[in-house]
Design a protein around this ligand. Structure first.
Ligand code: ADP
Ligand code: MG
Length: 460
């Protein structure tokens, strides 16, 4: 019943040992109470036997007994126990009391106590001894036994035990109550954290501050704060990205508007609009490219891990991409070649992987001077596939190389381009569990873009 509650579980942890403690100490108290009550009862029985025994005397040559009232008054109690006695001279001559009360065989001069049953089955506690009487050379052995039922003894056990048990159970209950109250009190900072977090709206990303937080709770709150800080950074990056994107879209859109205005003004004046139309075409193309790249980036960013676990035939995919880009390569007079390892399969998303390769090869073709050479190379090492796009163009300077993965960053003044190509490449590689690095080519000439991707394995 307590499984979901910290308070309940802690109470349970406390209740179990405390209950065990109370049971054991209750048992010990019970034994102690029994011992004490037995001692008191046995002493009374022994005294009573002695008193009776002392009163036996000779009367005209015969042993006689008058039971003294004091011997029986010893047993007076609210429980009204029944008292029995047996005074028996040699030859089974009963002097007083009843033979119902058994006397153990070995009884002697020293009084002894024992437990026994009467003939009618009642359990009694008894004391007995043998008194030797001498008179002018005659010896008489008189057995004296006194017994009583155990009502007052049992009552005494309970009287002794009750305050002890009461104290122990009270301790138990108090402990539970205090733990419950203490926890309720001590959990208040946690509730404050809860209130602080649950009252927030999505834009409130300041760290949680709770005064006087327990040491145990601090790491949790610190972890939440770190998470909030990361979310804040992410949100800031997103805002920056949207503003950058809007800015990038605004330029070709403004151009397009101007070009349309220009064309409309000349609409009825028989002026050729070739130049204006070409301008419009260029602006729209730029808008389309930019929009497509933004879309691609969004897709790469939001790709669920489960969707980037397809089996992708890397060699076939690269061959397809190169085929599409061959016309562009020819238009730039670049020798586009490939050295592809056969049967290389990677884990990823086919469309995203194609976009990754396209962007790298497109860059190499775009930034390498006419007459240059671009080669795509694949191989594998351990469980990674390695794709290299090698060109002998101008390469990227070290200081720019660190920034080319930033969104909208461009290292060249080349007219076409969005500054989103390499960010897209990196996002896709990252989503697919891979990496991308840029290095200067052999002899410091050109650029080598290296992408590592996980080889396909059914297990992932
Ligand atoms: N193969 C390359 N050779 C030289 N410079 C490159 C190469 N690839 C990328 N760059 C530089 O990196 C910058 C960022 O590339 P990218 O993110 O694809 O944006 P874009 O190509 O739209 O400018 C480019 O502007 C270019 O200056
Ligand atoms: Mg590019």
């Amino acid at each position: 019943m307590f499984s979901g509650s910290l308070r309940g579980r802690l109470l349970w942890w406390l209740l179990l040992p405390l209950a065990a403690f109370v049971s054991i100490s209750g048992m010990i108290s019970y034994r102690n109470a029994q011992t004490t009550a037995d001692l008191v009862q046995d002493n009374a029985l022994l005294s009573s036997t002695r008193i009776i025994g002392e009163d036996i005397d000779w009367d005209n040559g015969n042993v006689s007994i008058q039971i003294p009232p004091a011997a029986l008054e010893l047993f007076e109690s609210p429980e009204q126990d029944s008292v029995f006695y047996r005074v028996e001279a040699s030859g089974h001559r009963l002097l007083a009391g009843s033979l119902d009360l058994p006397v153990p065989r070995g009884v002697g001069d020293v009084p002894m106590v024992y437990s026994t049953h009467l003939d009618d089955g009642r359990a009694v506690r008894a004391a007995a001894y043998v008194r030797q009487l001498y008179d002018s050379g005659r010896t008489e052995e008189v057995v004296v036994a006194v017994a009583k039922t155990e009502g007052s003894r049992d009552a005494m056990v309970w009287r002794l035990l009750r305050p002890q048990l009461f104290g122990e159970v009270l301790t138990l209950v108090l402990a539970m109550v205090f733990v419950y109250l203490g926890l309720t009190f001590e959990l208040r900072p946690l509730m404050k954290v809860k209130d602080d977090v649950s009252d927030r709206n999505a834009s409130q990303l300041e760290p949680i501050r709770v005064a006087r937080l327990h040491v145990e709770l601090r790491p949790i709150v610190e972890a939440i704060n770190q998470c909030i800080a990361r979310m804040g950074q992410q949100a800031a990056t997103q805002r920056q990205f949207i503003s950058d994107a809007a800015h990038q879209l605004r330029t070709p859109l403004a151009l397009l508007v101007t070009q349309i205005q220009f064309a409309r003004q000349r609409e009825n004046r028989d002026v050729p609009l070739t130049e204006a139309l070409a301008g419009m075409h260029k602006s729209s193309r730029k808008l389309t490219t930019l929009t497509n790249k933004l879309l691609l980036l969004a897709q790469a960013e939001s790709a669920a891990p489960a969707n980037v676990r397809e089996r992708v035939d890397l060699s076939a995919l690269i061959a397809g991409v190169l085929e599409e880009l061959i016309a562009f390569a020819q238009s730039r007079e670049i020798d586009l070649g490939a050295e592809l390892e056969d049967g290389l399969y990677v884990t990823g998303d086919e469309a995203l992987t194609a976009a990754l390769v396209t962007n790298l090869v497109d860059n190499a073709l775009r930034y390498t001077q006419p007459g240059g050479r671009v080669t795509v190379h694949t191989r594998h090492s351990n469980d990674m596939a390695i794709v290299r796009v090698i060109d002998n163009g101008p390469g990227i300077k070290a200081e720019a190389r660190a920034r080319v993965f930033e969104r909208f960053y461009r290292a060249s003044s080349h007219a076409d381009g969005t500054g989103l190509g390499l960010p897209i490449v990196r996002e896709i590689a990252y989503r697919q569990g891979g990496t991308v690095t840029l290095e200067p080519g052999e002899g410091g000439v050109g650029l080598v873009a290296t992408v590592e991707m996980r080889l396909w394995s059914a297990a992932v």
